[in-house]
Design a protein around this ligand. Structure first.
Ligand code: BTN
Length: 236
């Protein structure tokens, strides 16, 4: 089921309300515009008209053995793969954990919010793509709009293609994991690079990405491992 809204606070808010009411795995909420779009680490996510802003409800009983780290990467993979099939001239890459970038500027971001009671009740994934956003609107945000590069005029077709790709990749897990992980690593140009850990205000060097979606960093010559999304990295 897909719910469309013109202008709302955030598709995450509506997704939580619907998940609490019992709406099933796979429910999708899309908005033309969000007034309080949010990103990882409580950052504001600028969501003007022209973007593709949506959230999906996931129920653990439908996720087999897929944990948040895998889910984030499978979503990122599905979004990047679908986008690239409609792009001319440019190639995208990942920035761990799940930003999709073009030349160091953000094209898309993914946010996962898990809700536990006694155990995991549901996960909401929020996906934001600067698809047909006016490039002027986001030029100060280290963000990049695909407006002049995307060959598909209809946002809704793209959404359906992403959902189809995602469903296929979730269904095939874990048989496809190795291939997805390899693809992800090949599209991650930051191994060996220096980074700033934004939420800790320290420097680090990226050593590797782990097979469960985590990252290995060297911080003051000490090796540390973080789970999917556990730190926020910025590269020069
Ligand atoms: C990030 O990179 O920090 C994640 C950004 C996620 C943005 C999307 S847009 C749709 C959904 N609704 C929100 O308020 N946030 C997510």
């Amino acid at each position: 089921m897909i719910f469309y809204f013109d202008k709302i606070s955030s598709t995450m808010d509506i997704a939580h309300i619907l998940a609490n009411k019992g709406y099933p795995h796979g429910t999708v909420i899309v908005a033309e515009e969000q007034t309080q779009g949010r990103g990882r680490f409580k950052r504001k996510w600028h969501s003007p008209k022209g973007g593709l802003w949506f959230s999906i409800i996931f129920r653990p009983e439908n996720l087999k053995t897929i944990k948040a780290g895998f889910l984030g990467i499978i979503i990122g993979f599905s979004v990047l793969k679908t986008l690239e099939s409609f792009l001319k001239d440019i190639k995208l890459n990942f920035k761990w954990p799940n930003d999709i970038e073009y030349e160091g500027k953000k094209v898309a971001g993914i946010l996962l919010e898990s809700v536990y009671e006694k155990e995991l009740e549901y996960i909401i994934a929020g996906i934001g793509i600067n698809l047909q956003v006016d490039p002027e609107e986001i030029k100060d945000l280290k963000a990049f709009s695909l407006k002049n590069y995307i060959t598909i005029p209809d946002k809704n077709i793209l959404l359906l293609e992403i959902l189809k790709e995602l469903e296929k990749n979730l269904d095939n897990f874990p048989n496809n994991w190795k291939a997805i992980f390899e693809f992800y690593k090949n599209k991650f140009p930051y191994i060996g690079k220096e980074a700033i850990i934004k939420n800790k205000n320290s420097k680090a060097k990226v050593i590797d990405i782990t097979e469960d979606g985590g990252i290995v960093l060297s911080i003051n010559k000490k090796i540390e491992r973080y789970e999917w999304g556990g730190v926020s990295l910025e590269f020069e």
